[in-house]
Ligand binder design. Structure first.
Ligand SMILES: Nc1ncnc2c1ncn2[C@@H]1O[C@H](COP(=O)(O)OP(=O)(O)O)[C@@H](O)[C@H]1O
Ligand SMILES: C[C@@](O)(CCOP(=O)(O)O)CC(=O)O
Ligand SMILES: [Mg+2]
Length: 360
């Protein structure tokens, strides 16, 4: 939370196929083994004609009700009900960007859903870019084979649409997650202002998924309530988080000429992570399983902090460059023996790209 690092570079391939044969837009969500379709006639009857928009627009209360009714009809199994907000975001982005054209959209994701790794933002950014790619609003060469980046202007449009999708999933997002997914690398983000940062060092993180499900919307609302109860204290907490972010930016940006300065920097980052975790705990977004991960990694002198909205989900542990592989194996084995799932990710990959590959 408010820790401006890239989500791990896992892939969210999204295949968008405009089709003139089908009469229904289809949405197979491969990783969740769910598939939905809507007859175009149903979509046309439900949405106002004015839904199609060239500029990013917020979903109105009336349209939100229409979408809720369409999603209700799908009878999503209780165990997968979390997907309902993603499907709602899809319906809003699809009808706003593509109108009533039939198409098939296939979603595959390697990110665990609802675990603090920003899957909602990755989903919205992938959707917005695939849908926009087939409009005149962006300038992409549709005959190009292979991966393509957006221009700065187009990227801004993708990010703004994705933010509208995040709003549906999340309630009141800051916009940090969709911004990082759109632009990639490391970003400082304060009140919607983005500063891109070029890091002089490559950080490696161990990601531990506690597998405790949580809901970003509810957690963020909980922090808001705590702010109302204790405005003065919480203002200090947020100010401290801001100072941590600033110090991290300056560490990342300053030159790293040798191994010694690299180690010194990693030690400083570990301390910042510990302090950030303490502040997040005081906001009420830690969890017993997160504390177990912290204790376990600390046994190996490794610093950790929760990521995303907290309340369960994933924990990040810095893996210093000179840390031996044996230690990494040991800590992973111990965390996995607690029932957690571990994987390793580099920080600061690229942003969104599109590929007009022919589907086989
Ligand atoms: N691949 C996907 N397909 C459909 N919906 C998705 C996908 N990825 C994310 N979502 C939506 O985002 C929600 C998770 O978002 P959130 O609670 O913010 O957690 P996080 O962003 O940390 O994964 C899911 O419950 C679902 O509604
Ligand atoms: C907690 C927050 O910083 C990010 C939420 O991330 P996630 O959906 O838990 O991955 C909220 C926000 O910035 O809108
Ligand atoms: Mg999210």
């Amino acid at each position: 939370m408010l820790w401006f690092m890239d989500p791990p570079q896992l892939l969210l391939p999204l295949i968008y196929t405009p089709t003139f044969l089908s009469t229904s837009p289809l949405l197979p969500l491969k990783d969740t083994a769910l598939e939905f379709s809507w007859p175009i006639s149903r979509i046309k009857a439900a949405f106002p004609e004015s839904v199609l928009s060239c500029t990013p627009t917020s979903c109105s209360v009336e349209v939100a009700k229409i979408i809720a009714a369409l999603v209700e009809e799908l009878d999503i199994p209780e165990a997968k009900i979390g997907i309902a907000s993603g499907v709602s975001a899809f319906l809003w982005l699809y009808s706003s960007i593509q109108g009533f054209k039939p198409a098939t959209v296939v979603v595959n994701s390697e990110l665990p859903l609802g675990s603090g790794l920003g899957s909602s933002a990755a989903f919205c950014v992938a959707l917005a870019s695939a849908l926009l790619a087939y409009t005149d609003s962006v300038s992409l060469d549709l005959s190009h084979q292979g991966w393509l980046s957006f221009t700065e202007k187009d990227l801004e449009l993708v990010n703004k649409w994705a933010f509208e999708g995040e709003k549906i999933i999340h309630g009141k997002p800051s916009g940090i997650d969709n911004t990082v997914s759109s632009y990639g690398n490391i970003i400082s983000f304060k009140s919607g202002n983005i500063t891109r940062t070029k890091s002089t060092l490559t950080l490696k993180m161990l990601i531990t998924n506690t597998k405790v499900g949580r809901n970003t919307k509810a957690l963020v609302a909980g922090v808001g309530e705590r702010m109302l109860r204790h405005p003065e204290i919480m203002a200090f907490v947020f100010s401290a988080v801001d100072s941590i972010s600033k110090e991290l930016t300056s560490i990342l940006k300053s030159p790293t000429p040798d191994e010694l300065s690299l180690t010194e920097k990693e030690e400083k980052i570990e301390e910042l992570m510990e302090m950030n975790q303490g502040l997040l705990q005081s906001m009420g977004v830690s969890h017993a399983t997160i504390e177990t991960v912290l204790r376990t990694t600390l046994k190996y002198k490794l610093a950790s902090k929760l990521t995303g909205a907290g309340g369960g989900g994933c924990v990040l542990t810095l893996l210093p460059t000179l840390l031996s592989g044996t230690i990494v194996d040991k800590v992973i084995a111990e965390l996995e023996s607690c029932g957690f799932q571990c994987f390793i990710a580099g920080i600061g990959g690229g942003g969104v790209e599109v590929n007009f590959a022919k589907s086989s």
